[in-house]
Design a protein around this ligand. Structure first.
Ligand code: PMP
Length: 305
């Protein structure tokens, strides 16, 4: 990935992809205190546009605030920079990865005395959990790893360090022949996927864990709240048990990378008819209409680059 043509925004400047490097003594590399975002730009009916750019930038700044990192740039600069990166790499649709980290002036757990840095890269990235999964649904395994308790690494920050938990869960699930992991919280209730929020549907009502289960406040999750309202569907945020997932009629994951991905199986237990459910399909269609600029009600969520 490092060896390719293109431009990466680093600390206020566009640099050559191959030259976007940091020192091995970078504090974040050693201790994991950093934050990132995952953003997508779509080739909409009105040209390339970034989906919910402001909300992603707001969440990045909130993550930095939670991690006590003073970012040396403004939200406006960061929004502009994301547009600039998409344009400079001539991408029609892409995934955008902003990251903020602590520099390499000094090691030791205390980051004081280090400078704070930021980067933004962008590249073409298709369906995160596979095209086939988008149609047929994916197979998920309940992880043997527990999601972070809300008072450990701070679950509302999209913190770099939170992802070793996600990596372990994902690797375990994939090594066991599944597509993705579902993590439970420290009390055993459903939290989220390794990189996705989860929804289940039972008797026409949509359920998703409330954020006290340690799930990230997903922007796609919020988008689904709007879609459900438009479709006249009720959404309830509550504690969910893994067996409620087994006996649900439909289930799906949401995320910027995963978009709206149906789940057809959890722990080898078939969910509903074992394929993408009819309400999931409706939500998925509505989602792709919005991100591709086909729903004027949400035109304000699309920032032209
Ligand atoms: N939970 C986790 C752990 C994630 O990594 C993501 C992806 N950012 C999500 C949920 C979904 O968040 P969003 O819809 O904002 O991408």
């Amino acid at each position: 990935m490092a060896d390719r043509d293109g431009k990466i925004w680093m600390d206020g400047e566009l640099v050559e992809w191959r030259d976007a490097k940091i020192h091995v003594l970078t504090h974040t590399l050693h201790y994991g205190c950093g934050a990132f975002e995952g953003v997508r730009a779509y080739n909409t009916v009105n040209g390339t546009a970034i989906f919910r750019l402001q909300e992603h930038t707001d969440r990045l700044f909130n993550s930095a605030k939670i991690l006590r990192m003073q970012l040396p740039f403004s939200k406006e600069q960061f929004n502009e920079a994301q547009k600039q990166v998409v344009k400079a790499n001539k991408l029609e649709s892409c995934y955008i990865r902003p990251l903020v980290w602590i520099g390499s002036q000094k090691l030791g757990v205390s980051p004081k005395g280090n400078t704070i840095h930021g980067m933004i890269a962008a590249w073409a990235w298709g369906a995160y959990l596979g095209e086939e999964g988008m149609q047929r649904g994916i197979r998920v395994k309940t992880s043997s790893y527990t999601r972070h308790h809300v008072n450990i690494t701070m679950t509302q920050a999209k913190a770099v360090s939170n992802y070793s938990n996600s990596i372990l869960a994902n690797m375990e699930a994939v090594d066991d022949g599944y597509d993705e992991a579902l993590l439970l919280d420290a009390s055993g209730f459903v939290s989220e996927g390794a990189g996705e929020n989860i929804f289940v549907i039972k008797d026409g009502v949509i359920y998703t864990p409330d954020l006290s289960a340690g799930a990230l406040n997903g922007i796609t999750r919020n988008t689904v709240f709007h879609i459900a309202k438009d479709l006249g569907l009720e959404i309830v945020q509550k504690r969910i048990t893994r067996d409620e997932v087994y006996i649900s009629d439909e289930a799906f994951f949401t995320g910027t990378a995963a978009e709206v991905t149906p789940i057809r199986e959890l722990d080898r237990v078939q969910i509903g008819a074992g394929k993408r459910g009819p309400l999931t399909e409706k939500i998925q269609t509505a989602f792709f209409d919005i991100v591709n600029g086909r729903n004027p009600k949400y035109a304000h969520w699309l920032t032209r680059v």
